[in-house]
Structure formats: C-alpha cells, structure tokens
Design a protein around this ligand. Structure first.
Ligand code: ZN
Length: 355
C-alpha cells in the first residue's frame, strides 16, 4: 500500500512538474512555487510551509478533511495528496524546488476510460475524446500544431475515429499545453473552439513575460466564449462548464456525462488543478464542487493525469483489462466525501495565506 502510494506520488510529481514548467514558461515567474496567472492579492498561489503549519484555522480545516476521509483507504490517499501547503502539486513543486528536472514526456497508447471517453496524448498532458451521437467533443488539444498530425490524428484513427469528426474542442485554460493543436483543427476541420472569456483575453493579450518565440506561436481565433454555468452540446451529450479562477483567470471546471459499462455516470474535470489563491477563487471553486456533488459526480480528471491519484496506473489497468476494475470510479458517497475533502483542503491554504 505504502509503495503504491509512493509510486502514485512520483507519477503525480512527474505530471504536475510538466504543468508547473508550462506555467513558469507562460508567466515568466522563474522557479517560484506560485502558480502562474493567480489572482491572489499577495501574488502567490500557495502558503509557505511555515504559514501553513502555524495557522490554527488552516490546521482545523485539514483535521476536518481527515475526519471526512475516515477509514476509507482511497479517501485517505486523496486527503494526503490534496491537503498540504502546496495541494495536489506538492510532490512536483518539491521536486522542482530541489532542482530536479522531469523526464521527457512519453506518448501513450490511447486508452478507453469510459464507454464514451478516451484519453490520447502524453503521460503528462492529454486530450480527452468524448464520442457523441453527432461526432467528437474533445477537451484540450496538447501543446503544438505539429502534434495535431503527429499525435492527435493518428491516435484518433487508431481508436477508429475520424479526425474530421472533431466538432468541438473545449480548452480548459489558456496555456499552450491545453490549446496547442486547436488552431489546426479550427483551420482544417472548422472545429468550434470554446474557452472562457477571461482566458480568450489571456491568450490574445500581449504578455511581456513571453519570449518572442512564444509570442509568435499560433493561438486559436476567438470562437465560443464560455460564461459560468454554460453548456456545450453535441448530439446527445451536454457538458456543463464553471469558471474557477486560480490557475488562470478563467480556468474551467467541467461536468461530463459519461457511461460506465452501459450505465450513466457523471465526471468532474478540474482544469485549474485545485489552485485557489484567494477568497474569490475559493468561492468559485466551492460552487463548482457543490454543483458536481448535486449532480452526483463519481469520477475526477485533470488535464494532466497523475495530479489527483495514480491515473497513469489506472489507465494501464484499463488497457490490460478493459472490463476490469476502473479506479477512476468512486461510489457516490465516496465522491461526495472527496468533494468535501477538496473544499476543506483548499480553504486551509487560503486561510493560511491570511486571505
Ligand atoms: Zn496551465
């Protein structure tokens, strides 16, 4: 159990490090652990370990979260990973602060996670392919235009899908590793691109922290502008979007209707990775989590696998045995508790920062 947990942490470290490096490249914040694009009044995404340890109120939230996890081993692991000064990104940020470099990302075999959801891309960042009755709705689009022809199109063909059927790409937030190939699909297949208003602004605005090469990289042209609570519908599938500022000003949370072995199941995707630097972002995060709870959500994803658990291991298990245990699935009661744990853990960081 312990070694499994450590492997999980290593995987999380690897994935989240890629995320953090992207963030620092985007925002030019150097190696500081603060997440890029944060809206915190103090300019930081996380409390220091000292602030965290010395805040009684923060510790009370952590203790409450631990009590919610109770004796459930899966929830105790989620609590260990989520509740800390640095949140789920802790292992990655600790590795980064220790000067460690991540291994180069590897392209993975496409994997069917649910009856109507596939994951394609890298072991650090991917595109999430939802099959609907009227084509494909894709969440995120890897890092670059070149990856459209090198990775996304071949992966779709491998799972028997036609890239021309990608009707929508919903971009979780305005960083290159989420929208990179979107301009290709927009130009070639007239794919509709959706992003929050805040993050369309973010990618269109000149960024003095970006290099000339970054500034010259293609962005999708402004298309569908998402407001909090909007739905994107394709055929029989409607996903609901909430704006959860923190990682960027307009990071999205998604409620996604899926099917698991023939039965409906709702998944939550958090593109902002639990980053809530201030009260306003905490309120928005809590609201999105409450919506997921009300919808009876039972699974959680982040654009970067490995942030909330050993997702790469869970994917491998599904490749080997597609009808076996799907570790992404929680019981309704478990997931409801997991949501409460995430709420308490995020609150603990905000109060530790004195917000
Ligand atoms: Zn990002």
């Amino acid at each position: 159990m312990r070694s499994k947990f450590i492997i999980g942490l290593a995987v999380a470290a690897f994935a989240a490090l890629a995320l953090q490096i992207d963030v620092t490249a985007q925002q030019g914040r150097g190696g500081a652990p603060a997440a890029g694009g944060t809206t915190a009044a103090n300019g930081r995404g996380y409390p220091t370990a000292e602030e965290y340890a010395s805040s009684k109120e923060a510790q009370a939230h952590v203790a409450k979260a631990k009590a919610i996890a109770g004796t459930d081993a899966k929830l105790i692991m989620r609590w260990e990973n989520t509740c800390g000064a640095l949140g789920p990104q802790r292992p990655a940020l600790e590795a980064q602060n220790a000067g460690q470099k991540p291994a180069p990302p590897k392209v993975v075999e496409p994997v069917k996670l649910f009856d109507n959801l596939w994951y394609i891309g890298y072991d650090t960042i991917g595109a999430w392919v939802i099959q609907t009755s009227d084509g494909i709705l894709m969440i995120d689009a890897l890092n670059t235009v070149a990856e459209a022809t090198e990775i996304i199109e071949p992966s779709l063909k491998k799972i028997g899908m036609d890239p021309a059927q990608v009707k929508y790409i919903v971009v979780g937030h305005g960083h290159f590793d989420h929208f990179g190939a979107a301009p290709y699909f927009q130009d070639k297949y007239k794919t509709r691109i959706a992003m929050s208003a805040q993050d369309w602004d973010l990618i269109e605005r000149p960024n003095p922290n970006q290099s000339a090469a970054q500034a010259a990289r293609p962005r999708p042209k402004r298309d569908i502008v998402i407001k909090d609570g909007d739905k994107v519908t394709l055929g029989d599938t409607s996903i609901t979007l909430h704006v959860t500022p923190g990682h960027t000003v307009g990071s999205l949370a998604y409620l996604i209707p899926l099917r698991h072995q023939g039965k409906p199941i709702t998944a939550l995707m958090l593109s902002g990775a639990n980053i809530t630097p201030d009260r306003a972002s905490l309120t928005a995060f809590h609201r999105a989590l409450d919506m997921a709870k009300a919808a009876g959500a039972q699974a959680l994803f982040n654009g970067h696998p490995g942030l909330f658990g050993n997702e790469l291991g869970w994917m491998d298990a599904l490749r080997k045995n597609p009808t076996g245990l799907n570790e992404f699935v929680y019981t309704r009661d478990q997931f409801s508790k997991f949501i409460d744990i995430m709420k308490e853990c995020a609150a603990s960081r905000v109060v530790a920062m004195g917000q």
